[in-house]
Design a protein around this ligand. Structure first.
Ligand SMILES: *Cc1c(COP(=O)(O)O)cnc(C)c1O
Length: 402
């Protein structure tokens, strides 16, 4: 079932504050759980699907997902603490990310992170020293930055000159260094090479190649290969909200590359889990025309929802009409027009969609941006200009929960 959260005008009116212009993120937690189940259901035995917390780390999102996913992938000590606070001491946590500190290592060990994905030799030594001090043996994976270029995704983390991972040619030295780290146990390799890959067959081929590389590195360098983490990166299409990454085809294409005796395969997806089941709602505060172009000024903007400006795309939206006009002057309106949906910030970059066609837009209507659940609020600069934050509302079985 293809699902996408599209709140009705009635729902918006029922749950948002009536005493001020509408500005809200509205999350559908039932839809979120359905989405996570739909992604995990086709995966073959021997795989585990983690949620990458950075896409949306709200505690209500984490609590909704905790029973559905294998665990959470985090990238900072702050995310470790957030997961523990929201979802308790038992949920599994794995941690990756560049730029590690001693404090990160302390938190990893103190809060039961089950495995660390190590991205440099220095980080390897930091982890070993911290684990030795704690009297622990910390399981690790080495994150590989592939030698070859990888086509087809929106963002590339590997197969290119980036700050991520240990480059493939340096992995043998890292394996040797890990062997000397008595407080670490090297269990395999980590890959998170691309983000937003919309080609399920291509992504399966990339994952199969990474799995083969992990096996050959393990064989050549004597690593007991228990786990290969193939990262996230399953794509969404903001230009086509009805399109879906074919998780079943991906799983079927990858399945022949798994073996009953391992290694176990892990995924850690963020965007595809969290994107679809939240909407960002902005009331139209004003309409104007300058230099021949029409603009709608919204209560909200990129300080709440930076995703469209960071990706330079027109974010998908619908207009929810609202009747009633309290003023004695004419209600500003545009019909069959092209309009730029701009936010309330004093910068021309505060645009959520540019020159998009609308049948009608009026001051007082609400623009509903869809697919707003991942990398939206979480990546935005909330306090620039000090406008009021949006309401952040989470519907669970039709009720707003705290
Ligand atoms: C961001 C990130 C993910 C999640 O990526 P998505 O594209 O949201 O699925 C997974 N692993 C690592 C290491 C990441 O940095």
């Amino acid at each position: 079932m293809t699902t996408l959260y599209r709140p009705s005008a009635e729902t918006v009116a029922a749950v948002t504050r009536a005493d001020r212009p509408v500005c809200a993120f509205l999350h559908d937690l039932d839809g979120l759980r359905r989405q996570a189940r739909a992604l995990t259901a086709p995966l073959p035995p021997g795989t585990a699907f983690f949620y990458a917390v950075k896409a949306n780390s709200d505690p209500r999102v984490l609590r909704a997902l905790a029973p559905v996913v294998a665990g959470f992938e985090v990238a900072s000590a702050g995310e470790v603490l957030r997961v523990r606070e929201a979802a308790g001491p038992d949920i599994r946590i794995v941690m990756g990310g560049p730029a590690r500190t001693e404090e990160d290592m302390r938190v990893v060990l103190a809060h039961g992170v089950e495995r660390l994905h190590v991205e440099s030799l220095h980080a390897l030594h930091l982890a070993n020293a911290a684990a030795a001090r704690a009297g622990a043996v910390l399981p690790i994976l080495l994150r590989v930055n592939l030698a070859g270029p990888v086509p087809g995704a929106t963002l590339t983390m590997g197969g290119a000159a980036t700050q991520f991972g240990i480059e493939e040619a340096a992995i043998p030295d890292a394996i040797a260094a890990a062997r000397d780290c008595r407080a670490l146990r090297l269990e395999g390799f980590h890959f998170h090479t691309v983000s937003n890959n919309r080609d399920a067959a291509g992504h399966a081929a990339l994952c199969a190649a990474e799995l083969a590389l992990a096996r050959s590195l393990a064989r050549e360098h004597g690593v007991d290969l228990r786990i290969v983490n193939l990262g996230g990166g399953w794509g969404v299409d903001y230009a086509d909200p009805g399109w879906r990454f074919d998780a079943a085809a991906f799983a079927a294409a990858l399945a022949p590359h798994l073996a009953p005796d391992g290694p176990a395969v892990q995924f850690e997806c963020g965007r595809i889990v969290a994107a679809y089941h939240a909407a960002y709602l902005c009331e139209v505060l004003d309409l104007k025309r300058t230099h021949g172009r029409a603009f709608a000024l919204l209560r909200g903007g990129t300080h709440h929802f930076r995703l469209p400006s960071s990706w330079a795309h027109d974010h998908p939206f619908r207009i929810l009409p609202r009747e009633g006009w309290p003023h004695p002057w004419a209600r500003p309106a545009l019909t069959d027009a092209r309009v730029t949906l701009a936010g309330e910030l004093c910068t021309p970059k505060d645009v959520l969609a540019r020159d998009v066609a609308v049948a009608r837009i009026r001051v007082g209507d609400v623009v509903c941006f869809e697919m707003a659940g991942a990398y939206g609020w979480d990546i935005s600069h909330h306090d620039f200009l000090r406008h009021a934050h949006p309401e952040r509302l989470f519907l669970d079985r039709g009720e707003v929960i705290a």
